[in-house]
Unconditional design. Structure first.
Length: 358
């Protein structure tokens, strides 16, 4: 227990005593390389590139085209600070970008909007992975910051390359909507996997085939639900603020699309609440199953005791060492006693069968 407590407080201690705005990476992916990809586009053309020098990012700041710059590798503090200087990002924004334990939130600054949310996905072993993604929305650009390569934005990249839909014809606010929408759409796949896990456990419990370690699986699933809930629920407040803020960077025609994200979040949140209740029901069901098993065992033992109590009573009477017990001198007394005991045994078994206790 002490070791676990030390692990939980280790990341928090990195910020103790630090000056506000100090960049301290708190994630676990410190071995990842720094990688910056850039999509610069208008309705007529698109340029896709990998920025080898981070100083090249500033060239896209004042262009008439829309630019998406995706940064992978938050461990590289100096590079993050360099990008912040080029795009005039507040030190507290940079601090939140590298602090991967940051709660999902939205902050409005002069000239840009800063958003933090959680990207969820399952790895090959179906273990849930929660990765922080930070967004900076400017007049004609969107900056995204991730811990490592690999995300849920591949569909957005393809839409940009093929000019599918209206993403190439609208401004940066729609691009950020598309990116957030991709994250939210992936929540549905998370919910689907959670639902399948819960249904499998429920079927197993109803079938009476519960394994010994099923309680551990239920507890793990409950922790997964809580992690997903903690990551998703604050996002509703973020989208709600975007709808009502009337920020000049968010055009009125784009508000409708953000409202659609809010509807999706409501649906996901309702499913999470339902699955949360089902998890508690599964634990109650498991405890009921264990109790029923114990009751069945006690029932069999009680019936066996009820059958042998009168037989033991008779054996006890004729096992006493008194000299004047009339049946002791009867020639067939032993066989008569065995017969009586056998008849009582059969009668009791028949009675329990008739009562459906056996």
């Amino acid at each position: 227990m002490k070791k676990r407590t030390k692990k939980r407080t280790q990341d928090f201690k990195k910020h103790i005593g630090q000056v506000p705005g100090t960049l301290v990476y708190t994630g676990k992916k410190s071995d990842k390389d720094f990688h910056v990809e850039c999509f610069d586009f208008t309705k007529e053309f698109i340029t896709e590139s990998v920025l080898l020098n981070i100083e090249d990012a500033v060239n896209y700041k004042l262009t008439d085209s829309v630019t998406w710059i995706n940064v992978d590798g938050l461990k590289h503090i100096e590079q993050i600070e360099n990008i912040g200087k080029q795009y005039d990002l507040h030190p507290l924004v940079l601090e939140d970008i590298v602090n991967t334990s940051q709660r999902p939130k939205i902050d409005e600054y002069e000239g840009y909007i800063f958003i933090v949310l959680k990207m969820l996905y399952y790895d090959a072993d179906e273990n849930i992975v929660i990765e922080q993604v930070s967004f900076v929305l400017g007049k004609n650009y969107v900056l995204t910051f991730q811990e490592s390569e690999g995300d849920v934005f591949d569909t957005i990249r393809e839409r940009l390359r093929l000019a599918n839909g209206r993403i190439r014809g609208l401004k940066s606010d729609y691009l950020m909507y598309a990116l957030i929408d991709a994250v939210v759409d992936n929540y549905f796949s998370i919910i689907e996997v959670l639902g399948n896990k819960i249904e499998d456990l429920e079927t197993e419990l109803f079938a009476g085939q519960a394994r010994d370690n099923i309680s551990i699986e239920v507890q793990q699933l409950k922790r997964e639900i809580l992690k997903v809930r903690r990551a998703i629920f604050p996002l509703r407040e973020i989208i709600n603020r975007i709808e009502k803020a009337e920020h000049p960077l968010i055009l009125k025609r784009t508000i409708t699309y953000y409202r659609d994200i809010y509807d999706h979040l409501i649906q996901v949140s309702e499913n999470i609440d339902i699955y949360r209740e089902m998890i508690w029901s599964l634990m109650d069901m498991y405890m009921t199953t264990i109790s029923n098993r114990m009751n069945e065992v006690m029932k069999v033992l009680t019936i066996m005791s009820s059958i042998f109590i009168p037989l033991t009573f008779l054996a006890g009477i004729y096992g006493m060492n008194f000299e004047f017990i009339p049946e002791l001198r009867y020639r067939y007394g032993y066989f008569v006693l065995l017969g009586v005991m056998l008849v009582m045994f059969i009668a009791l078994v028949f009675y329990f069968k008739r009562k459906k206790w056996l």
